[in-house]
Ligand binder design. Structure first.
Ligand code: XIL
Length: 485
């Protein structure tokens, strides 16, 4: 069952493929979005991860621990910011079948009830995995293990049928070199354990999407290629498989440059793809520079998913750094999530919203910047409208270039000077750089053309300022001055 209206799956506009990040002057505008998340979606103008993702037809998910839902901030963010939930641990084998043949669904049902009552999609994680297995599984031989695998899958998928829309059927089945992980399933059942899992899941719920999920598969590499080959093989042999999950437990500054290409090659096989467990860890403590890089990294992942129409969305592996699995798993690392330990949104929050094409509405107030320029130069072949909203130290600007000439512009570069020391921290729908006060915004790969006789392009950016945030008063398009509207 999907909780969404069919319209959510229609991908309206062309995917935006470029987020231009400036090389220098990345400023963490930690105040950005303020407590917008905690304030909830009380105002139609409040942009959240969810409203921004909804507008792009993508899921924005979170790994949920139902035991935390009693915490006001946790609950409020979960309620407001996400359209999909996945139980972080509640549907794993040790949680659901601690004794052979005895199924406990209490925690899983809590997550399912929460998803249902809040109108969110429910993603199932995970049916067969070498980790978080109850001890009794390790005593089984090949035939008994296969029977247990099938029984476990049948029971879970049947129990949650109608509630779970997609399952991670098999998790982490491969080694980094592309060989099969020598898990108990692999060593005692053999290669067929994966296809048996998928076939069994399909029989239990023919409508749920069935996914294979793994980590370190975000780039094109031996491991992702092994899964790619598995999908090809399954498809050729009629073994059911609908989707591939890319965990994306990433390290700061190491978003693979070929993430989008990797997602696309799987999509081209005819399966859906999804970022399933996104977090971006850094050595702790964090600082403004690291958080700015992290924001850019989150935006890159979002941008890659947006660019692939079969990418269903992005799931973040938790809400607050306080409960992230990272520090206990990777000692010395942390700060990997989007909300810090006080539930304040980190710069990644605004970066994700911006990458999704929205502008987060800051709290407590939004002050429009005056945009009219009484000294606008006479109209030439172009006009520019620059508008921005600002809060204490940050702003979001929207820039529209209109081509008033009789011939189209193919390939555009818009330049302006910031009058009061503003620095661009992030841009979208353009490739934007800054040198001193001068900002140069060039077209993204997908929007090079501005049609003649009034055609326009629009792009946006986030920036930081101190003191005043005066709008630029003149712009050049490919070297020629534009009218300022
Ligand atoms: C992690 C959870 O976040 C932790 O709470 C738990 O202790 C261990 O598992 N890949 C997966 C997830 O597929 O299920 C893991 O979740 C993180 C790595």
């Amino acid at each position: 069952m999907t909780m969404r209206s069919p319209a959510r799956r229609t991908h309206g506009r062309a995917a935006r493929t470029a987020v231009g990040m400036i090389a220098a002057g990345l400023v963490a505008s930690a105040a950005l979005a303020g407590s917008a998340a905690l304030a909830g979606a009380s105002s139609a103008a409040t942009m959240t991860l969810r409203t921004a993702a909804d507008a792009r037809g993508k899921d924005i998910g979170v790994a949920l621990d139902p035991n935390r839902l009693g915490e006001t901030a946790y609950r409020s963010i979960a309620d407001t910011e996400f359209s999909l939930v996945v139980p972080e641990n509640a549907m794993k084998w040790d949680a659901t079948e601690p004794t052979q043949g005895t199924f406990t669904y209490t925690a899983g049902d809590q997550v399912a009830a929460y998803a249902s009552s809040t109108g969110k999609e429910l993603y199932g994680h995970t049916l067969v995995w070498h980790s978080q297995l109850p001890g009794w599984v390790s005593n089984l031989d090949g035939a008994a293990l296969l029977a247990a695998e099938k029984s476990h899958i049948t029971n879970l998928v049947t129990h949650f049928s109608g509630a779970v829309s997609s399952w991670d059927v098999v998790n982490e089945a491969f080694n980094d070199d592309g060989s099969r992980r020598q898990s108990i399933f692999q060593t005692k059942i053999g290669d067929s354990w994966i296809e048996q899992a998928f076939t069994t899941a399909r029989a239990a719920d023919p409508t749920a999407k069935l996914c294979i999920n793994d980590y370190s598969t975000d780039a094109i590499n031996a491991k992702s290629t092994a899964i790619y080959n598995l999908v090809k093989d399954f498809t050729a042999r009629g073994i059911p498989i609908d989707c591939v999950g890319f965990q994306a437990h990433l390290i700061l500054g190491q978003v693979p440059g070929d993430l989008q290409a990797n997602l696309q090659r799987f999509a081209d096989l005819g399966v859906d793809v999804r970022i399933t467990e996104l977090d971006i860890r850094m050595s702790t403590p964090s600082d403004a520079t690291k958080l700015a890089t992290q924001a850019a990294n989150y935006a890159s992942v979002v941008t890659a998913c947006l660019a692939v129409s079969r990418c269903q969305g992005i799931t973040i592996w938790g809400i607050t750094d306080t409960y992230s699995w990272v520090p206990s798993t990777f000692p010395g690392q942390g700060a990997a999530l989007v909300w810090d330990e006080s539930y304040s949104p980190k710069p990644a929050y605004a970066a994700i919203v911006a990458a999704l094409g929205g502008a987060p509405t800051p709290t407590p107030s939004v002050t429009p910047t005056p945009t009219a320029s009484p000294t606008a130069p006479p109209a030439s072949g172009c006009s520019v409208r620059y508008t921005s909203t600002q809060w204490n130290t940050g702003f979001t600007a929207s820039i529209t270039i209109t081509n008033t000439a009789a011939s189209p512009v193919t390939g555009w570069v818009l330049r302006w000077a910031y009058p009061s020391g503003q620095t661009v921290t992030q841009a979208w729908s353009s490739v934007t750089t800054q040198s001193g006060a001068i900002v140069t915004a060039a077209n993204a790969a997908w929007n090079p053309t501005i049609a003649a006789h009034g055609g326009s392009v629009q792009f946006g950016l986030n920036g930081a300022y101190s003191g005043t945030n005066a709008a630029p008063t003149s712009f050049t398009l490919n070297g020629a001055a534009c009218a300022v509207l």
